[in-house]
Design a binder for this molecule. Structure first.
Ligand SMILES: [Zn+2]
Length: 97
């Protein structure tokens, strides 16, 4: 009979991190300044707060980041559209003068 290895080896990566420090990778770019990071070993998640400091990614901050991302994306969309409209607008104004 096969032994099922359901035990997650969560202790070892944590020990590794305690000894060598976390190895964070950027997992998500929320805005230009806010990013989400995950440790490759223990899966600990961090994010950038409003002061530019790294803090633990709690469910609350995950929510904030989701909102930030939505605002950022819609702003980028609007900027793109605005740039197009304003250049058209300028052409119209100039042709009327
Ligand atoms: Zn870690």
């Amino acid at each position: 009979m096969k032994k099922t290895t359901t035990n997650k080896p969560s202790l070892i990566p944590k020990m590794y991190c305690n000894l060598f420090g976390h190895d964070y990778q950027v997992t998500k770019k929320v805005t230009y300044h806010v990013k989400e990071y995950t440790c490759r070993h223990c899966r600990k998640e961090l994010t950038t707060n409003s002061n530019g400091r790294l803090i633990e990614l709690t469910p609350k901050f995950r929510e904030i980041n989701a909102i930030l991302e939505r605002i950022h994306n819609s702003r980028m969309e609007r900027l793109k559209r605005k740039a197009v409209t304003s250049s058209i607008y300028r052409q119209v104004v100039q042709s009327c003068e």
